[in-house]
Design a protein around this ligand. Structure first.
Ligand SMILES: NC(=O)c1ccc[n+]([C@@H]2O[C@H](COP(=O)([O-])OP(=O)(O)OC[C@H]3O[C@@H](n4cnc5c(N)ncnc54)[C@H](O)[C@@H]3O)[C@@H](O)[C@H]2O)c1
Ligand SMILES: [Zn+2]
Ligand SMILES: [Zn+2]
Length: 378
């Protein structure tokens, strides 16, 4: 079958690889109908992780079940499913308590809890930017979708970014009536803003410097804050009479940069500590890594990012972090889509064939104007 393979920094290729097969009784094989390129893939694409060459990429997957192992009883051949990016066993202490993103059994990598498809350090699992994907513990992991192809572009956001954006607001302790500051208007930030609106935010501010992305934020009812125009903290403070936000979401990650494009991994954390009121919450879903060989400082190379922890403490703020446990939210978010209350497909900008993946990566990576979210159709 054909699959998107990582071949080194800024190089991906569509290659012929062996088809996945049932390896353990609980496995299923899914024929992929839609698979998205994620901002998380770009950390690998840019050579800013230790992912190995030859890895099949892709963790935002959905499709139709074509094969099941003898231990699969709930999911059946022909089911249309969303595949959470977390691979979870369903039976360990983390999974039992709903933290499938920190499954204790799925990832054999030393010192890492939690596994995912096609991702650096997240276990030996192939990704789904391919024609077929093997799904371990299929009964536990797969989410059923209504048959057919309705809402395909909405449902495809259920594998990662819609639950991740929602999780950002949850980690931030958001409640109805809050003023919410979201940093990053990439797909994850836009999903966090969409979630905040759905959850009854009084006001949502979305910070970025990409005008096309800010325009999308405005369309879904948020206030765009262009960091290229003036300090985003000052802008939000001015707009809120000096009070700031009740809570905030970090949807940028360790490659955060200033308006001139220079990287400062602590920049967005510092901004959030400043702009969120005392005792407010900050949900960090943008990725930070314990090793970043491409970082500018010695500390940051080892994940030591010097942000203003002193002010965080003095303000009594809460901070929540980490990969989102997709299963905690995906069923309810699916139903919001079915009932027409949520429309996460608003951010889709490009639908391409798998063969065009290299171009999709390149243009999404450059944040070319209008390239907000790329879907691949194997
Ligand atoms: N925690 C999780 O489970 C999870 C899941 C998916 C993605 N992620 C992570 O979320 C982050 C965002 O993902 P994405 O797909 O939206 O990526 P993206 O790279 O497309 O979006 C990031 C956006 O942040 C903007 N940005 C850069 N510096 C900024 C700054 N100083 N202030 C405000 N905005 C700034 C960029 O212009 C860009 O639009 C990535 O780090 C990704 O790895 C985490
Ligand atoms: Zn993703
Ligand atoms: Zn587990």
């Amino acid at each position: 079958m054909k699959a998107v393979v990582y071949e080194g920094p800024r190089q991906v290729a569509v290659k012929e690889v062996p088809e996945p097969r049932i390896e353990t009784p609980g496995d299923a094989v899914v024929r992929i109908t839609t698979t998205n390129i994620c901002g998380s893939d770009l950390h690998m694409y840019e050579g800013r992780t230790n992912v190995e060459e030859g890895k099949i990429l892709g963790h935002e997957n959905m499709g139709v079940v074509v094969e099941t192992g003898p231990g699969v009883t709930r999911i059946a051949i022909g089911d249309r499913v969303s595949v959470p990016f977390n691979i979870a066993c369903g039976a360990c202490r983390s999974c039992e308590t709903g933290w499938t993103s920190f499954c204790l059994r799925a990832n054999p990598t030393d010192g890492v809890d939690g596994a995912a498809y096609g991702y650096a350090n997240m276990g030996p699992y192939d990704g789904g930017q391919a024609e077929y994907l093997r799904v371990p513990w299929a009964d536990f992991n797969l989410l059923e979708l209504p048959p057919g192809d309705e809402h395909e572009n909405d449902f495809t956001m259920l594998s990662d970014i819609f639950p991740t954006g929602w999780h950002g607001t949850e980690l931030a302790g958001m409640t109805p009536g809050d003023r919410v500051a979201v940093f990053g208007a990439g797909p994850v930030g836009l999903m966090a803003a969409h979630s905040a609106v759905l959850r009854g935010a009084a006001e949502v501010y979305v910070v970025d410097k990409e005008r096309d992305r800010l325009a999308m934020a405005e369309k879904i009812g948020a206030n765009p804050i262009d960091l290229a125009e003036a300090d985003p903290v000052e802008q939000i403070l001015a707009a809120t009479g000096g009070v700031g936000a009740d809570c905030g979401v970090e949807a940028v990650g360790y490659q955060a940069h200033d308006s001139a494009g220079a990287e400062h991994p602590e920049l967005v954390l510092d901004n959030l500590v400043k702009v969120v009121r005392s005792t407010g919450g900050i949900g960090v879903v943008g990725v930070y890594l314990p090793q970043d060989p491409g970082a500018a400082s010695e500390g940051a190379k080892q994940g030591r990012i010097a942000f203003d922890y002193g002010s965080l403490f003095m303000k009594g703020q809460q901070m929540g972090t980490g990969q989102a446990p997709v299963k905690r939210y995906n069923r309810q978010l699916r139903d919001l889509i079915i009932e027409g209350r949520a429309r996460p497909s608003f951010l889709v900008s490009h639908e391409m064939s798998l063969a065009e993946a290299a171009e999709g990566y390149e243009r999404f990576d450059r944040r070319d104007d209008g390239w907000t979210k790329v879907l691949l159709r194997p």
